[in-house]
Design a protein around this ligand. Structure first.
Ligand SMILES: Nc1ncnc2c1ncn2[C@@H]1O[C@H](COP(=O)(O)OP(=O)(O)OP(=O)(O)O)[C@@H](O)[C@H]1O
Ligand SMILES: N[C@@H](CCO)C(=O)O
Length: 312
């Protein structure tokens, strides 16, 4: 049996709508992402298990992981032996944590290893983005590439090799809080303006390029001071109960930034100390999340998708 783990990710990373994303690693050591197990079998068999399996459609053909298997067999490795493929669905659906990306990335990475197809990195990323696009309403890479490669990635079709790794301040803590209800990505995209003015486009480009150059030259505090989301937050905050209150309360507890993770409803903070992160987490646990939600204090996951031994 081979097992692959794919980590949760923060799409947009505040200043990089559809273009910047970061993979998350809880400091508790807990796995926050999906796991895919593959082994040889007499006939192709698909099983969906894990805490969020019952939130997915019951039919295998409606599950992205199974669709990835069918595509892989038909178009990538027709001579691959039959497999038992199990998706351990460990991330909630419509969370803003890149849940569908996790399933797609873990499945293709596991199948690529099992069948020894040795697809190039760019071939794999394109394949993964095709499937993520099926459910999210648009083709974007900002969950796929951080989930696959780890770290913070500037990522788009016109970026060389689809992704450029951006250095980060290793002192930063990220508190990710999933409030316990789903927000469909396609719905969260439908509230965004279809067109932007030239001044908005220019400011977006200025902010994102300055942020990346400042991070590249390790001027992390200046980069942090530029973090503002004019592209999505003004239109999406109303879809996320409690977000506005969190945005007011958390800076008083030490958050340097409060922003929406991906399409929401997960929010994330950046804090410079563990103590501030713990204070933010305590507030979020009390006021932001319901009985189905959770929060984690995280660092970035620099390993990305990887083989794990059973029981890790
Ligand atoms: N393995 C899977 N993982 C996640 N979603 C799946 C999977 N298979 C099918 N789906 C469907 O894809 C859709 C995913 O919706 P959506 O893009 O909002 O979720 P998401 O990927 O969790 O979002 P986000 O990227 O914000 O975390 C849902 O309708 C879900 O039922
Ligand atoms: N960049 C995407 C991420 C979706 O998780 C969006 O904000 O719609």
């Amino acid at each position: 049996m081979i097992s692959f783990y794919a980590p949760a990710s923060i799409g947009n990373f505040c200043v990089g709508f559809d273009s910047l994303g970061a993979a998350l690693a809880p400091i508790s050591g807990e796995l926050l992402g999906d796991v895919v197990n593959v082994k040889a079998a007499e006939q192709d068999t698909f099983v969906c298990s894990g805490p969020y399996a019952d939130k997915l459609p019951g039919e295998a053909h409606e599950n992205l992981a199974y669709q990835c298997l069918v595509h892989f067999r038909e178009h990538v490795a027709p001579s691959m032996p039959s497999v038992y493929l199990e998706l351990e669905k460990r991330l909630p659906i419509g969370s803003g944590l890149g849940s569908s990306a996790c399933s797609v990335v873990a499945t293709f990475a596991a199948l690529n290893e099992f069948a020894q197809t040795n697809l190039s990195q760019i071939e794999l990323i394109e394949l993964m983005a095709d499937f993520e696009a099926k459910v999210s309403g648009a083709r974007h890479y900002d969950n796929i590439t951080p989930c696959y490669l780890g770290g913070l990635q500037l990522t788009a079709d016109l970026v060389p090799n689809k992704a450029l790794s951006v250095p980060v301040d290793s002192d930063w803590y990220y508190v990710a809080a999933y409030p316990g209800f789903a927000l469909n990505t396609a719905k969260a995209r439908s509230v965004l303006p279809k067109q932007r003015s030239s001044s908005e486009a220019i400011e977006f480009a200025q902010r994102l390029s300055s942020f990346c150059l400042l991070m590249q030259t390790e001027q992390f505090d200046l980069a942090l001071s530029l973090m503002k989301d004019d592209m999505a937050e003004p239109y999406r905050h109303a879809l996320i109960a409690g977000f506005t209150q969190a945005k007011t309360a958390l800076p008083k507890l030490g958050a340097e930034l409060v922003s929406i993770s991906g399409a929401g409803p997960t929010l994330f903070t950046i804090c410079k100390t563990k103590q501030a992160a713990e204070q933010c987490q305590a507030w979020l646990n009390e006021y932001y999340i319901n009985e189905h939600g959770f929060s984690h204090i995280c660092k970035l996951d620099h390993k990305g998708t990887r083989a794990i031994s059973q029981g890790e």
